[in-house]
Design a protein. Structure first.
Length: 97
């Protein structure tokens, strides 16, 4: 087996690499332990939910990372939205008087 080194520039990248390696090991074990004729079905049954979980965690971590960066920067100033005028008697927006 050839050993490789991976560099992650961010915590998100590190998380994804670690989980992907874990998933690969899990799939290898599943394939090795599956009886003849059932390898594809067993590996697929393990891969689909694990892949969804990997994706869910990656999205969650990406959003968390972005939120933390936004908090550090602070919100950009923007004009405040005005309150909408109350609806007229029939429930439609009131027109100009």
């Amino acid at each position: 087996m050839t050993r490789r080194t991976f560099e992650a520039d961010t915590p998100l990248q590190a998380l994804i690499v670690e989980h992907a390696l874990s998933l690969a090991r899990q799939l290898e074990q599943t394939a090795d332990g599956a009886p003849d004729g059932q390898v594809l079905a067993r590996v697929e049954a393990a891969a689909v939910p694990a892949g969804r979980e990997l994706t869910r965690r990656a999205v969650e971590a990406a959003l968390q990372q972005q939120a933390e960066r936004a908090e550090k920067k602070g919100r950009r100033p923007a004009p405040a939205r005005g309150a909408a005028s109350p609806p007229g008697p029939s429930g439609t927006p009131a027109g100009p008087s």
